[in-house]
Design a protein around this ligand. Structure first.
Ligand code: F3S
Ligand code: F3S
Length: 123
């Protein structure tokens, strides 16, 4: 069960999660060219070893510990995490399309400041 980054990362991209991940499965890193282009960061589902280190590291509680625990409003971002690949333009574009669809469908959540968005997921 991979961990999932969700929409508090949009507008935050803190990258503390990248610094604590022991297997470098969270991308794009700040030193990758895709960083400027992406709206949020993504966890590679096959590379994540479920260590849990990223969850407390994120200042806006954007990361859930499984697809099952990802709230209903965030389910569309599970696929975005899954398809993103650094160095693959088509995969980057597809992930970003899924994020933009999420943004368009959840204007209510996007109106909430990122730091308060995770609390709003439960409502
Ligand atoms: Fe996965 Fe987060 Fe660890 S992405 S490998 S649970 S730091
Ligand atoms: Fe995003 Fe939180 Fe990581 S804001 S980049 S998931 S530390």
């Amino acid at each position: 069960m991979p961990f999932i980054i969700t929409d508090p990362c949009i507008g935050t991209k803190d990258t503390a999660c990248v610094d604590v991940c022991p297997v470098d499965c969270i991308h794009p890193r700040k030193d990758e060219p895709e960083f400027a282009r992406t709206t949020m960061l993504y966890i590679h589902p096959d590379e994540c070893i479920d260590c849990g280190a990223c969850v407390p590291a994120c200042p806006v509680a954007a990361i859930y510990d499984s697809t099952d625990s990802t709230p209903p409003s965030q389910k569309g971002l599970i696929e975005a995490n899954a398809v993103y690949r650094t160095g693959d333009d088509a995969a980057v574009s597809k992930a970003e399309q899924l994020v933009q669809a999420h943004v368009a469908a959840h204007a209510d959540l996007m109106a909430v400041p990122p730091a308060e968005r995770a609390a709003a997921h439960a409502k």
